[in-house]
Unconditional design. Structure first.
Length: 204
């Protein structure tokens, strides 16, 4: 296990997650009626709630594999953020037909299910970090909040320079970068932990 929380990875992952939520709200306000743009808030909350339940039920299995799980969750966020939106765009949901076409509510549910995974994965990484380092919640949360604030501002600035599709790929890349950073931070901490007993046995 890692000896200290991967705070930099958490900050980067939180920045990507908030940027993703704001970007989706912007995209859906253009693609669908603006009423459906705000459904992204409930999508995010659903993903976070599901992740909290998952970590609570599976923490005995997840905590011994903390570094690997957090790294994988961050990488899966980056992949599913891009892939989920691309697939959701292929769903023939039309808000104009929702009152008389019985298929439309099911298609809306499918859009929900395609957009939930990125929030589930990012929340799994965050919840597991809080569970693993309960004594450092204040420190973890400060990096989480800092990353979220920077991500919110960053995506607004990025949309002045990039097409929405390019901004989406940027967010996916940030998720993969957070995974690499988490793997490096947790791996380095584990190596330091293994080195300490060896130094003690050598009398140093």
């Amino acid at each position: 296990m890692s000896a200290s929380p991967p705070t930099l990875a958490i900050a980067l992952l939180s920045a990507a997650a908030l940027g993703y939520e704001i970007l989706l709200t912007r995209l859906f306000s253009i693609i669908q009626w603006h009423h459906f743009a705000y459904m992204l808030i409930s999508v995010a909350l659903l993903g976070y709630g599901a992740a909290g339940t998952f970590v609570t039920l599976a923490r005995r299995v997840l905590l011994p594999r903390f570094g690997a799980v957090v790294t994988a969750a961050a990488a899966l966020f980056g992949i599913s953020a891009v892939l989920g939106f691309a697939l959701a765009q292929r769903v023939p949901f039309s808000p104009l037909e929702i009152l008389w076409d019985p298929r439309q509510p099911w298609l809306l549910l499918l859009v929900y299910l395609l957009l939930v995974p990125p929030f589930f994965f990012v929340a799994t990484a965050l919840c597991l970090t809080f569970a693993r380092f309960g004594g450092e919640v204040h420190r973890i949360y400060s990096f989480d909040a800092l990353g979220a604030g920077l991500g919110s501002l960053g995506i607004l600035a990025a949309l002045f320079l990039l097409l929405p599709s390019d901004a989406l790929r940027l967010i996916g890349g940030l998720g993969l970068a957070a995974a690499a950073l988490a793997g490096w931070q947790t791996g380095a901490a584990s190596r330091r932990q293994r080195r300490r007993p060896a130094l003690g046995e050598a009398g140093l």
